[in-house]
Design a protein. Structure first.
Length: 487
């Protein structure tokens, strides 16, 4: 099972660990389903607590077994695991009890899953530099539990984004100390460094079908600017092609360049993200708008969500209703046009279909034709978070707050749709609208105009308060009480 922390999900409790369960129903084998009764029997009523926080686990639980195990629990408390209402118990005590029950339930869940599996249970969580607090606490708890065996956990993070006071740094130290106390084997840290110049040269030579020596001037120019970063090395190559400094000669049938090494270096910007920005700016305006809009959502996004953000008139489609302003045919045609733009971004290496990421397939080159008949090609992911960051930077400073307010308001409405709404939309809408809330100012003018402005501001603030309350309630549902207090 694999998951990836998202920089946009920092306020979403259990977002990092929850991704582990997103594809259970897709990859569930006879072996997994054969463990369902054992998992249900072990967890008892605490299965309801897990389902409340991780709905994607539903495929591993039987409703009949849920009813038969209504009196059994993995923990000693007899309270309802899905409620934090207090009856003779302090609120803080009830919250602590619920959180402990969650940890107990997850321990039993992973222990049962790993101990009954014929093969080791492998968990991978990437981009731990953006891990949320509850997910990190859970990971730490699992890795220091000596009752869990046959489980292999590994995570990836960027060391340059993790300081001494980062939650990951503190957790790794605690894990090491607790495992030492229990005389358990420690963990291994492997530092993945940038590519050496020789490897970059081999990569460039192979890409251009040249010998290593033939590509050496180009290698020296690119390595001087990228220092072996694989992502930026590729971007530098593409940047030189866009500048026509690197071209395919149809007479000699090979890649070539006419500039000296120093001139090639001068063409590559010292600001490496500027190359990505230049690439996006060379694309058609409609695709730029799509990427800017998607950058304000998540790393992985659905085409339907982006379509609604671009054309709010289709919000009514969320309720399976089409009025005079937005017929079903219009919606299908608009979505088809959007899919074509997204597929174009895939071909350019800016986006990838998330099913490729989830299945851990190697990165491949795509063509438009590969997606024309793809029924599942409606969900996409940014190929790299730096691409998402760059797309976000294209939003003009003067229009940023207006842009975020529009996205936040539409996401809030979308989130309330029972068919298409998702919890992350509430949190993302909160993030955007809280940021622009300082822009709600009374407009100076005549008394009557000021009254109207005051009324408008109060209405906006009331809606924002309601949205924050909803985000707080969702945080409480998944035991993220500190986050709930912030909202």
């Amino acid at each position: 099972l694999r998951s990836k922390s998202d920089s946009a999900d920092g306020n979403v409790p259990f977002s990092s660990i929850g991704g582990l369960f997103d594809n259970i129903d897709k990859s569930a084998t006879v072996e997994f389903m054969g463990m369902r009764d054992a998992i249900q029997e072990t967890l008892g009523t605490d299965a309801r607590l897990l389902l409340k926080v991780f709905p994607k686990l539903e495929t591993l639980f039987s409703k009949d077994n849920m009813k038969r195990s209504s009196g059994k629990s993995t923990s000693s408390s007899n309270s309802d695991p899905t409620s934090i209402e207090s009856s003779g118990v302090s609120s803080s005590g009830k919250q602590k009890d619920t959180k402990l029950r969650m940890m107990f339930a997850l321990h039993f869940f992973f222990r049962t899953l790993s101990s009954r599996s014929k093969r080791p249970l492998v968990l991978f969580v990437d981009d731990l530099q953006w891990v949320d607090g509850l997910s990190m606490e859970l990971i730490q708890s699992i890795l220091t539990d000596d009752t869990i065996s046959n489980l292999f956990f590994f995570g990836g993070y960027r060391s340059n984004e993790v300081g001494e006071d980062h939650i990951l740094t503190k957790s790794l130290q605690d894990i090491k100390e607790k495992r030492d106390e229990k005389e358990l084997e420690g963990y291994l840290c492997i530092e993945l460094k940038d590519l050496p110049q020789e490897a970059v040269g081999q990569f460039i030579a192979d890409s251009l079908r040249l010998s290593y020596d033939e590509a050496l001037p180009l290698t020296n120019a690119i390595f001087t600017k990228t220092l072996g970063n694989p992502f930026f090395t590729r971007q530098a190559l593409e940047h030189l092609v866009r500048k026509n400094a690197l071209y395919y000669d149809n007479i000699t049938f090979r890649w070539d360049w006419n500039l000296q090494e120093k001139e090639l270096k001068n063409l590559i910007s010292n600001d490496l993200l500027q190359m990505v920005k230049a690439k996006i700016e060379h694309m058609e305006p409609k695709l730029q708008e799509v990427l800017m809009t998607a950058s304000c959502t998540r790393t992985i996004f659905k085409a339907d969500t982006i379509l609604v953000l671009l054309q709010p008139r289709f919000l009514r489609q969320s309720q399976a209703f089409f009025g005079a302003k937005a017929s079903e045919d219009e919606y299908k045609e608009a979505k088809k046009s959007l899919i074509e733009l997204l597929n174009q971004a895939v071909v350019e290496g800016l986006l990838i279909p998330p099913q490729v990421v989830k299945r851990t397939k190697p990165t491949v080159r795509y063509s438009i034709g590969a997606f024309q008949n793809a029924a599942t090609g409606e969900e996409y992911a940014f190929a790299h978070d730096k691409i998402q960051e760059t797309a976000r930077s294209l939003i003009c400073d003067g229009d940023e707050f207006e842009f975020l307010e529009r996205v936040g308001n539409i996401l809030q409405q979308r989130a309330q749709c029972p068919l298409f709404g998702e919890d992350w939309m509430f949190f993302t809408a909160c993030e955007h609208l809280n940021r622009v809330s300082v822009q709600y100012k009374t407009i100076p003018g005549e008394k009557e105009e000021e009254t109207k402005a005051d009324s408008l501001e109060k209405e906006k603030q009331s809606r924002l308060a309601t949205l924050n309350l909803r985000a707080a309630e969702l945080s409480i549902d998944v035991l993220a009480f500190p986050a709930a207090l912030d909202f």
